[in-house]
Ligand binder design. Structure first.
Ligand code: AMP
Ligand code: MG
Length: 418
């Protein structure tokens, strides 16, 4: 089964007229309103389903437990027993897990029963074997014991027909246990969202290659490819292209068949060598979003022949922040897992900072001794700070003067991944 929804509209990134600097939350609402799942569906066996996104609600085919059974090793009989001493004759045979007892147990008699065994006809209550004295063909024990003690009711966990997992959920190992117990062998999931990562810039070289003066190694591509994998997407390496419009056009055209979304880094602003934005303006229905965000110069959003393109800034810090803040939730929607809001924690600041009100800022941060520390430099080329950090601190649009001890929102990197 391969079902593919219709492509996104070409104008799906356009901003309302008159918009200048767009607040982050507004930009996110626009993305949320415009994007939706763009991937087809397939049925996969449980063994291949972990980490995939459910394309439909999963319905229990069978109750769990399917029959009433015993939660302990012991002896089963009908009804409850009052306080005091009791002696009951045992019926011959026993009930064990997987071996249903064929006969019925008459009232006033008991049967040997082992954990997980379906309750034989006539059995409603089980007494623990530790609480029984075993004689020849009979048991003695003390009450009281409530009706149904030490048993599990049919369907007490899951009833047949229940929705056990909702569409859009990313399947976990525990979900596999639930689905298997409820009688499912296959799950209908979305095809992985294929996200292409392309680096642009004449100065870039591949890690391991010789680099002449003026050349730098492509740092964004390995980072973004790995990050996308951790976000549940299928990363597709589209390599590097120089600052050349024809080469870029050719790469976009050939990528169309391989990917559902493209992330580029570099060349996205309005300079002479910013060929990504120039080309997308020419033929990709480009919308430059001037987002009130630091770090992150204009984020270029475009449609290349039906494929959404996120033109990220080249600076590694800005590329990472824009990917986490904008591409992450967009990717979730397009992959079918819904809008993703990262979970942050409000903690006291371990730093002081003055910032411009009216603009959201994200700083490289980590938590030590319950306080949020920030990296010593805000330079957007400082890759060592990305690696030093364990997350981002989010300074709200309105914040201006942050003092040590003020509460700030820390978002661990792990909140952006699966
Ligand atoms: P750009 O957005 O193309 O103007 O690039 C901004 C800065 O980021 C420049 O210093 C670039 O050399 C640098 N840059 C662009 N792409 C990468 C990359 N893939 N890896 C490391 N640095 C990059
Ligand atoms: Mg460049």
């Amino acid at each position: 089964m391969t079902l593919k929804p219709p492509p996104l509209r070409n104008d799906c990134f356009s901003l309302p007229a008159g918009v200048d600097w767009t607040p982050v939350d507004e930009a996110l609402s626009l993305l949320r309103a415009r994007l939706r799942a763009v991937v087809g569906q397939e049925a996969v066996p449980l063994s291949a389903a972990v980490g995939r996104v459910l394309a439909a609600d999963v319905i229990a085919q069978r109750a769990n437990p399917p029959q009433p059974n015993t939660a302990v090793d012991g002896y089963g009989f009908a009804g409850a027993v009052p306080e005091g001493a009791h002696v009951m004759p045992l019926v011959p045979g026993r009930a064990a897990a997987g071996l249903a007892y064929r006969g019925a147990v008459p009232a006033g008699q008991a049967i040997r029963i082992l954990t997980g065994a379906a309750l034989p006809a006539g059995v409603e209550t089980v007494i623990l074997e530790e609480d029984v004295t075993l004689g020849t063909g009979e048991i003695a024990f003390r009450g009281p014991l409530k009706l149904g003690a030490n048993t599990r009711k049919a369907g007490e966990d899951v009833a047949a027909g229940d929705v056990i997992l909702p569409a859009g959920r990313v399947v976990t190992p525990a979900d596999l246990a639930l689905a298997a117990a409820a009688g499912l062998s296959d799950l209908v999931v979305y095809l992985p969202l294929r996200v292409g990562v392309l680096s642009t810039g004449d100065e870039l070289r591949e890690a391991g290659d010789a680099a002449a003066p003026g050349q730098i190694y492509d740092a964004n591509r390995p980072m973004l490819l790995a990050l996308l994998g951790q976000m549940g997407a299928r990363p597709v390496d589209l390599g590097r292209v120089p600052d050349d419009r024809d080469a870029l056009r050719a790469r976009f055209d050939s990528a169309r068949a391989e990917v559902d979304v493209i992330l580029t880094s570099g060349g996205a602003s309005a300079g002479d060598e910013d060929h990504v934005s120039a080309l997308l303006r020419e033929s990709g229905a480009l919308q430059e979003w001037r987002i009130a965000l630091k770090p992150g110069r204009p984020l270029a959003l475009a449609m290349w022949d039906g494929v959404p393109v996120f033109g990220l800034p080249g600076n590694p810090v800005a590329a990472l922040v824009c990917t986490l803040i904008f591409a992450r939730p967009a990717i979730g929607l397009m992959a079918g897992s819904g809008w993703h809001s990262p979970q942050g924690f409000d903690l006291p600041a371990g730093f002081a900072k003055r910032k411009k009100p009216g603009r959201r800022e994200y700083l490289r941060a980590r938590v030590r001794d319950g306080r949020v520390e920030v990296f010593k430099s805000e330079g957007s080329g400082r890759i060592s700070g990305l690696s030093w950090a364990e997350g981002l601190v989010e300074l709200g649009d309105a914040a201006a003067d942050i003092q040590p001890g003020d509460r700030v929102r820390f978002i661990p990197y792990g909140s952006f991944t699966l």
